[in-house]
Design a protein around this ligand. Structure first.
Ligand code: NDP
Length: 293
């Protein structure tokens, strides 16, 4: 059996560390990080995410402001709200929960956010900074995956890494982060030929596909580290539903050296990294170093 990389535990430790750092910047600099989350409409999954983000932010000592807007909210209203928040010194992080209703241009909204407050790391300026190695905001899911990889491998230099999926929110930023670690990175996608053979060469596999249990144990090189980003709800034989990843855990667990579970792997790290980005933004805005605790 592979070593289990426990994202839930890792995220709890990170939140504990951040709680200490936030208390330190409050007492030393009178700075309290502020996160504003905007939800338009009543998508049930989005409501759960927003509630969870707000709760965890408060527990760490971050001021959390939620803007719950009606589904009929206009693009103009949303852009004005973002402009106000860009100019509000008490707000360090702005997150607009996706998906937005169809009548709103998501790209226009995301580009209206001040890049220094873009804690999701989706603004084109941050995308550019990540690819050039500059000081931007890193998207939360790839950042959480990287933190767990760095904890397990002290040095990833020269390792073969394969990222399955090329989305803007996971696959592409993950490629850049692994490249920064001096991995030899291959990105595979739906048009890749003989994908299993490419994955079998990998010392590190990051699966971000959205296809339940696609990556099976026979795709994995013995001893490889497997990070499963996928979150898929499937129906069981008993007619219930359960969450599974993009990796078939039981078979991959027998071959891999280390593996993240679903649930309890990358998922909890994503929200923890949103809080981390808010803390980083608050420190940068106030020109203070991230406290070491
Ligand atoms: P997207 O749908 O945006 O991208 C999926 C990628 O997988 C695409 O690049 C696509 O290729 C590729 N792909 C799809 N089918 C295949 C296939 N059969 N073989 C090879 N490649 C394939 O998804 P996301 O990146 O947004 O999310 C991926 C998964 O991660 C989902 O399960 C999602 O729920 C989960 N997720 C989890 C998060 C977390 O917090 N843990 C956060 C974000 C996402 P192509 O480009 O050619 O179409």
């Amino acid at each position: 059996m592979a070593h289990l990389i426990d994202g839930k535990q890792f995220a709890a430790k990170l939140r504990e560390k951040m709680t200490g750092q936030i208390a330190t910047i409050k007492s030393n600099h009178n700075v309290v990080p502020g996160l504003a989350v905007v939800l338009v409409g009543e998508d049930p999954a989005s409501q759960v995410y927003v509630r969870s983000k707000g709760k965890q932010a408060k527990e760490c000592g971050i001021t959390s402001i939620e803007h719950k807007l009606d589904v009929t909210t206009t693009e103009e209203f949303l852009l004005n709200l973002i402009n106000d928040m860009n100019n509000d010194a008490a707000i360090n992080g702005i997150l607009v929960q996706l998906p937005l209703p169809k009548h709103i241009d998501s790209a226009k909204v995301l580009e209206a956010i001040d890049p220094a407050k873009d804690v999701d790391g989706f603004h084109p300026v941050n995308v550019g900074l990540l690819s050039t190695g500059g000081k931007g905001m890193i998207p939360c899911t790839p950042l959480g995956s990287l933190m767990m990889l760095q904890d397990y491998h002290s040095d990833m230099s020269g390792m073969n890494a394969v990222v399955i999926g090329r989305s803007n929110i996971v696959g592409k930023p993950m490629f850049n982060l692994l490249l920064q670690q001096s991995c030899t990175v291959t990105v595979v996608h739906s048009r890749t030929k003989n994908i299993e053979a490419v994955v079998r060469e990998a010392d590190i596999v990051v699966a971000a596909v959205g296809v339940p249990e696609m990556v099976t144990g026979d795709w994995i090189k013995p001893g490889a580290t497997v990070i499963d980003v996928g979150i898929n709800r499937i129906e069981t034989a008993e007619g219930k539903t359960k969450l599974v990843g993009d990796v078939h855990f039981e078979s991959a667990d027998k071959v891999a050296g280390a593996i993240t579970p679903v649930p309890g792997g990358v998922g909890p790290m994503t929200i923890a990294c949103l809080l981390f980005n808010t803390l980083v933004a608050a420190c940068r805005h106030n020109n203070i170093d991230l406290p070491k605790v």
